[in-house]
Design a protein. Structure first.
Length: 429
């Protein structure tokens, strides 16, 4: 069925409408594929084998509604879901603001540290004394300060396609070759002890990514509408997001399988150093595709991580700017003022993330696990906010979720609250 362009009235075919709408979902997928897939999913398969696959699938299914609601609310109201938090009351918006401030330096720091590892591996750098991170963050700030959404959108679409193709190829070769033979001295790791539960929460915290990042979907949806000058229907917006989400979930399954097939049972533990970890992940690909692919996959992996870190910088800067705008001015500001504030937030985020990385030293797994568990513990709050905004008086009836999606949301809330409770009991009692 062809839909009319709201500006020209001309009929558009499905491919044309998708190209006009595509962007926010791809950005979401790129953000997710970074640490949660390259690092956490690979670690999950390597340390626990395919037995952990069920939790990966469960997290993707039960967290889905709360991500979709960001896009749904934006296209239905033409405002971000952050504006919706204010409609729930100023305490709700303040809570979102505090949650974002408390988590953004750890999340960006974890993503930046992993990205630096893939960069150092790509160029064969042993140690740069932190200068890789400084240069990386400076490049991200510079690109976003100049190009903002247009630059972000263009970069992400290219690297996402390249990484998608290479991952599917590696997965196919891995299935054909079968799993690595188990060592005679190998002892399976226990999932239900303190360490196992902590890792499980860390895995699901960013599977496919942190729920508080759902606000980015709404901001990117509005930015895409402004850029393309095309206002999509709810159906078009949800199709673009759902396609990206399904691809993200499938890739998570592939990464767990790759980790399990190549590392589980061999007695080989993935390194804790960021550059050495990157080398192990790239080797995983090159063993399945062929040694000739090492440089190509190294470039692709770094590109994906670079896409993730630049998306994180943009998402946090947009969300903090909009939140402070609503809390302290309640009015839109001219573009010049937006540019100055956006740039200032980028700089503060870069500096704060560098401090966090220095505090964790060279301990990749501890930094990533801390950031991901933190995201999981605060997830129920954002999930409840998002659900309240789409199921009641805040949206017109035709824009509200289906009964099935509502039931899935209730199941998701039980899942999030239950596992957050498990973490508290395990950690403190």
């Amino acid at each position: 069925m062809n839909n009319p362009d709201p500006h020209t009235g001309l009929k558009l075919n499905r491919l044309t409408t998708y190209t006009k709408t595509a962007g926010p979902g791809i950005l979401f997928a790129s953000t997710a594929i970074g640490v949660s897939h390259l690092v956490q999913s690979t670690r999950a398969g390597a340390e626990f084998g395919l037995m952990i696959m069920g939790f990966v699938i469960l997290a993707n299914v039960l967290k889905y509604p709360f991500f979709e609601y960001g896009s749904r609310y934006a296209v239905a109201t033409q405002t971000s879901i952050i504006d919706g938090y204010l409609r729930l009351g100023r305490p709700a918006l303040w809570m979102y603001f505090i949650i974002t401030i408390c988590s953004m330096f750890f999340v960006t720091g974890a993503v930046g540290f992993v990205t630096a590892g893939f960069f150092e591996n790509l160029f064969g750098l042993d140690s740069t004394g932190g200068w890789t991170l400084v240069a990386l963050f400076a490049i991200c700030v510079g690109i976003l300060a100049v190009g903002r959404y247009s630059a972000l959108d263009g970069i992400i679409k290219i690297v996402a396609i390249v990484m998608l193709v290479s991952t599917v190829a590696a997965f196919a070769f891995a299935l054909h070759g079968g799993p690595t033979h188990t060592s005679e001295t190998f002892e399976p790791r226990e999932l239900w002890d303190d360490r196992g539960i902590f890792f499980l929460l860390a895995l699901m915290g960013w599977m496919p990514t942190a729920i508080d990042l759902s606000s980015w979907n709404s901001l990117w949806t509005l930015a895409r509408i402004k850029q393309s000058k095309y206002r999509p229907t709810l159906k078009e917006t949800l199709f673009e997001f759902r396609l990206a989400y399904v691809i993200t979930a499938v890739l998570a399954v592939m990464f767990v399988t790759l980790g399990a097939f190549m590392f589980y049972g061999t007695g080989t533990e993935l390194p804790n150093n960021n550059a050495k970890f990157a080398h192990s992940v790239i080797t995983l690909y090159s063993k399945t595709i062929g040694e000739w692919s090492y440089i190509l996959i190294s470039t692709c992996a770094f590109s994906v991580m670079f896409g993730t870190i630049i998306a994180a910088f943009d998402g946090y800067s947009r969300s903090i700017h909009r939140t402070t705008q609503l809390l302290f001015t309640r009015k839109d500001t001219p573009d010049t003022h937006y540019n100055h504030t956006y740039f200032s937030i980028l700089v503060v985020l870069a500096l704060g993330s560098l401090i966090v990385i220095l505090a964790f030293g060279n301990n990749l797994k501890s930094l990533v696990d801390f950031a991901t568990v933190l995201s999981f513990v605060i997830a129920p709050v954002i999930a409840i906010f998002n659900f309240k905004l789409v199921r009641g008086r805040f949206l017109e009836k035709q824009h509200r979720p289906s009964i099935f999606l509502k039931m899935l949301s209730y199941a998701g809330l039980v899942f999030l609250v239950g596992f957050a409770g498990v973490f508290v009991v395990t950690k403190f009692f």
